[in-house]
Write a protein that binds this ligand. Structure first.
Ligand code: SDX
Length: 430
């Protein structure tokens, strides 16, 4: 098929830029020579129209509400796989066979502990320390204990060791930080438990009251982590790529992604959704007050859990989580008024032209917090749960970026709107 070009005419001169074909979704105009050809750069706030890389990991279609990991539909993966299986899929390029999955699981069990010296770090965070701050600090510190990632390894001969070490240890760090926040004794990972069973047991088992691991809760947690596992070039993943493009080790790159995810417009939304629903509950269910505030452009308030940069229809993940919500709360015999409030709010939003005209639908964060609450996970750990899920996606993108023959350090340009050159004025003349 003959190559297609886009033409740009500027000051009477026409320039041609090649169209790069995708395997699915938007094609791209390669403007690599734009500045040299025209003396102009592009300006695209928030990179709404700008691709920073090529990637073979995840495909999103915002119009159709499609999300595929390495070609597999998210619904199929959430319904049929474990989180560890999907992590393997993202980190390699296909689902594992039984032997590969068992080897991967074995490595996860092998690397589940953190260095005992790291446990003392928890003693020195203030009692109200943010779990996300603790998580990024501890992940960044892993570099000091496992320096083999001090430079990006090429080829990734021990890549499975490094990635399972990070996946297993981040889960342990998250559970330990929760136990420490309660002043409870740490519960160590067990060889006989799988990834999700171990996490739940480390979080909720107590010497005085053994925790019963319910299959329905394990299934819901697997689903939630799978649904959060990757989402192409979102804010935190792009951060991991940008920081990693400077040749920074994996742990520091992931710590940067954790910090980006912390934001209430990104991974912090699940916590903000529950706080918003609690606000409506405390406000005698005054839905209209919150909807009015969200529609008022002079009011900084937004209905958190709604809207998305890419999805202009239902976020496929929200649909799956909403169904899992009903199933999990029924299995746990939990009757959470926040679920009814969430459903009522969704109904009102979906019949209000302000939101409909802006294609604002529930996103991945709208219902997830309600399931985490039912499991007993504290609200301030919801974003940590998002990070646990997103970790294999971040690692996969870091590896893909480092393996890209055409990789370059990320360095966007800017449109300068400051002062023109000024003459220096000595201090005694100012
Ligand atoms: C995640 O990128 C990813 O893939 C992210 C994520 C992932 O898996 O990594 O999917 C996870 O981050 C989900 C999003 C979680 N954040 C929230 O739920 C916070 C609430 N949502 C919004 O802040 C907003 O929708 C964003 C940040 C998600 C998207 O912002 P955009 O694409 O920049 O949208 P926009 O700000 O340009 O909004 C377009 C219009 C504006 O109104 P007008 O200026 O046209 O009049 O829609 C309005 C906005 O004011 N709008 C909202 C709204 N979201 C957008 N109005 C009220 N409530 C909202 N939630």
């Amino acid at each position: 098929m003959s190559k297609k070009y886009a033409e740009l005419t500027l000051d009477g001169v026409t320039h041609s830029y090649p169209i790069i074909q995708s395997t699915q979704g938007e094609n791209a105009i390669d403007i690599s020579t734009l500045l040299r050809d025209t003396g102009h750069i592009t300006l695209d706030r928030g990179y709404v129209n700008t691709g920073s890389c090529t990637s073979a990991i995840t495909y999103l279609d915002g119009k159709e509400g499609i999300l595929n990991y390495r070609g597999y539909a998210i619904d199929d993966l959430a319904e049929n796989c474990s989180f560890v299986e999907v992590a393997y899929l993202l980190l390699h390029d296909d689902l594992p066979n039984l032997e590969q999955l068992n080897d991967f699981r074995e490595l996860m069990s092998t690397y589940a502990l953190i260095h005992e010296d790291m446990i003392h770090f928890f003693d020195h965070f203030p009692p109200n320390a943010s779990p996300m701050s603790i998580l990024s600090t501890m992940v960044n510190s892993l570099h000091n204990f496992y320096p083999e990632m001090s430079t990006h390894p090429e080829p990734f001969e021990s890549f499975d060791n490094v990635t399972t070490r990070l996946l297993a240890k981040v889960r342990t760090i998250a559970a330990f930080s929760y136990k420490k926040s309660l002043g409870h004794p740490l519960i160590y990972p067990r060889y006989d438990l799988n990834y999700c069973e171990n996490f739940l047991n480390m979080m909720f088992d107590k010497p005085t009251k053994p925790y019963t691991i319910l299959p329905e809760v394990v299934s819901a947690l697997n689903k939630l982590l799978i649904l959060h596992a990757d989402h192409e070039q979102n804010c935190s993943t792009s951060t991991v790529r940008l920081v990693g493009s400077a040749g920074v080790n994996l742990y520091a790159s992931i710590a940067a992604g954790i910090n980006a995810l912390w934001g209430p417009l990104h991974g912090g939304a699940a916590q903000a959704v529950v706080e918003m629903l609690e606000g409506i509950y405390a406000d005698d269910m005054d839905f209209e007050k919150y909807i009015r505030k969200a529609k008022d452009s002079n009011d900084g308030f937004r209905l958190t859990g709604f809207g998305h940069r890419v999805y202009k229809t239902f976020d496929p993940r929200a649909t799956i989580i909403k169904k899992a919500c009903d199933e999990t709360l029924a299995a746990l015999n939990v009757d959470d008024p926040l679920l009814d409030i969430a459903k009522e709010l969704e109904d009102r939003v979906r019949s209000d032209d302000y939101f409909v005209s802006r294609n604002l639908y529930p996103n991945v964060d709208f219902y997830s917090g309600i399931i985490y609450r039912a499991m007993g996970i504290p609200t301030d750990m919801f974003t940590v749960m998002f990070a646990l899920g997103r970790l294999p996606g971040w690692i996969a993108h870091w590896r893909e970026m480092n393996s890209d023959e055409e990789r370059r350090i990320g360095r966007p340009r800017q449109l300068y709107i400051g002062y023109p050159a000024k003459k220096y004025i000595p201090l005694d003349e100012r």
